[in-house]
Design a protein around this ligand. Structure first.
Ligand code: HEC
Length: 149
C-alpha cells in the first residue's frame, strides 16, 4: 500500500516591517484649504538676508542652521542659539512673538541679545521674512495654520 501524502506548508517567519513615510518631497501649499502666499518679496528677502549675515549669523549660523549643540545648555546653563531655518522650534511661534524676542532678547535668563536699539521694526520684519523664506513649505504651512487658528 502506497500512501501518498501531499503536504503543503506555508510558513511565514517573522514580520516584514513595512514603513511608509507619508507626504515626502512634494511641495504642500497648504495643509487644508487654499494655497498660502509666502512672503517672497525679493527686496525684503534680500535686505533680511544681509541684516541676518551682519548681525545674527555668528550665533545662528550662516544659513540659520543654529548652533550644533542648541538642544543642550552650555557651561553657563544657557541654551546656545537655536536654528531659525525651520528645523528648530521658531516656527511654533507667531510672528509677533518672534519680533518680540528679536527686539528684547532673552537676557538675563538666556543669551539672545536685544536688537531694538540696533534694528528698526522694518528691519526686524525683513530678517524674519528672510529666515521664514528658509522654511520648507510644510513647516511654513503648519506655522501658518497655527497662526490663523
Ligand atoms: C550672541 C549670539 C546671538 C546673536 C548675535 C543673535 N542671537 Fe538669536 N538667539 C541666541 C540665543 C542664545 C537664543 C536662545 C535664547 C534662549 O534660549 O533664551 C536665541 C534665540 C533667538 C530666537 C528664538 C528662537 C526660538 O526658536 O525660540 C530668535 C527668533 C532669534 N534668536 C533671532 C535672532 C536674530 C534675528 C538675530 C539677529 C538680528 C539674532 N537672533 C542674533 C543668540 C544670538
Amino acid at each position: 500500500m502506497v500512501r501518498v501524502c501531499f503536504l503543503l506548508l506555508a510558513v511565514l517567519l517573522g514580520g516584514v516591517a513595512c514603513e511608509s513615510k507619508s507626504g515626502s518631497g512634494a511641495s504642500v501649499p497648504s495643509l487644508s484649504g487654499p494655497a498660502i502666499e509666502r512672503n517672497t518679496h525679493p527686496e525684503v528677502i534680500k535686505a533680511g538676508a544681509q541684516l541676518f549675515q551682519a548681525h545674527c549669523a555668528q550665533c545662528h549660523g550662516e544659513m540659520a542652521e543654529g548652533d550644533p549643540q542648541w538642544r543642550k545648555p552650555g557651561v553657563d546653563g544657557r541654551y546656545p542659539a537655536p536654528p531659525l531655518n525651520g528645523s528648530g522650534h521658531a516656527w511654533h511661534h507667531p510672528t509677533s512673538w518672534l519680533q518680540e524676542i528679536i527686539r528684547n532678547g532673552s537676557q538675563p535668563q538666556g543669551n539672545m541679545p536685544a536688537w531694538q536699539e540696533v534694528l528698526s521694526d522694518e528691519e526686524i520684519d525683513a530678517v524674519v521674512a528672510w529666515f521664514q523664506s528658509q522654511w520648507p513649505d510644510q513647516v511654513y504651512a503648519a506655522w501658518y495654520e497655527m497662526q490663523n487658528r
